[in-house]
Design a protein around this ligand. Structure first.
Ligand code: HH2
Length: 299
């Protein structure tokens, strides 16, 4: 595990001037208030139970909870604004009653983001990087909220699982193109008034990439880190891991997910999005202990 890229920012600026410490890592626990998410669909439909599950993730080591009301799995139907709000707001409200843990809302729509921020969410996780709703980046700027800008090729109805693309999505050099696109989106976000320390970049594993392209992106995530912004990686339970590990059931891919997240962390990604917090925290802690022991030997 030598040659670790140093993450250049050690904190993420959130709404209200709060910051999320990114060293040595920040685990983002996934809380999907959806009936149809690819691995936890239907698990968190009751808002109080969802909040309890979120708080349990915090106990296990999550530094931030990502609450979503629309599945982004390939082929998923779009969920209307009102329904997304109906799903996410009670969950955020219930978490907020019990805890100050940072919360991001996983949405591409400004109306959903606004409702979530009004309930005390701190950041917006936009898998469209502001490209779907032109009001989203100005909203984030006006609230001083954090923003995740993720790369994807197409919205979910037009996408396919990594192992089911009829032909590889067209990239010349996948890592270079993703990094260049994220740089453009970050400049656009800043142009809309978003503070630079509020911006996190995400290569969007599983979104418009086939199995090989996802692994290449993961292997070269240091090139996204080199852009000088905090980087989030969401590999958890995704189908490209299932393809390598020969595991068709997403809920049985948690070990594969830990290995992928630890690899991303070793390359400098600091926010790791996961459905299963405990195993990831253990994996990261062991990787960090190995690194620290290596440094002692050098001294
Ligand atoms: N992946 C998913 C959803 N949101 N956000 C970011 N920033 N990065 C990701 O990689 C990412 C994301 C897909 O995972 P999940 O939320 O579990 O599934 P679904 O979209 O079916 O709800």
């Amino acid at each position: 595990m030598s040659g670790v890229a140093r993450a250049t920012a050690s904190a993420w600026l959130l709404a209200g001037g709060r910051t999320l410490c990114l060293e040595p890592w920040a685990i983002m626990g996934v809380l999907n208030a959806t009936p149809d998410s690819f691995s936890d669909g239907g698990v968190h439909l009751d808002p109080l139970r969802a909040a309890e599950a979120g708080l349990a993730m915090v106990e296990e080591g999550a530094a931030i909870l990502d609450v979503g009301g629309e599945s982004t799995r390939p082929g998923a139907a779009r969920v209307p604004v009102e329904e997304q709000i109906r799903r996410v707001v009670p969950v955020i409200r219930a978490i907020r009653r019990a805890s100050r843990v940072p919360i991001s809302v996983d949405t591409t729509l400004s109306a959903v983001a606004r409702a979530a921020l009004d309930e005390g969410a701190d950041a917006v996780n936009d898998v469209a990087a502001g490209a779907e709703d032109p009001a989203l980046l100005p909203l984030v700027a006006s609230r001083g909220a954090g923003i995740v800008l993720m790369h994807r090729l197409a919205p979910p109805p037009e996408d396919a699982y990594s192992d089911r693309h009829a032909r590889p999505p067209a990239y010349g050099d996948v890592a270079r193109e993703v990094a260049a696109w994220l740089l453009e989106r970050a400049a656009l976000a800043e142009g809309a008034g978003v503070e630079p320390p509020s911006i996190v970049l995400d290569p969007g594993l599983g979104f418009g990439k086939d199995v090989r392209q996802n692994f290449e992106l993961l292997a070269r995530v240091g090139e996204v880190v080199a852009l000088g912004r905090p980087v989030l990686v969401g590999a958890s339970r995704k189908s490209f891991l299932g393809a390598a590990a020969a595991e068709p059931d997403p809920t049985r891919r948690d070990v594969a997910s830990v290995v992928a997240a630890v690899a991303a962390w070793s390359a400098g990604a600091r926010i790791l999005r996961t459905h299963e917090v405990r195993g990831l925290r253990q994996g990261l802690a062991v990787a960090a202990a190995i690194l620290a022991a290596g440094r002692l030997e050098d001294a």
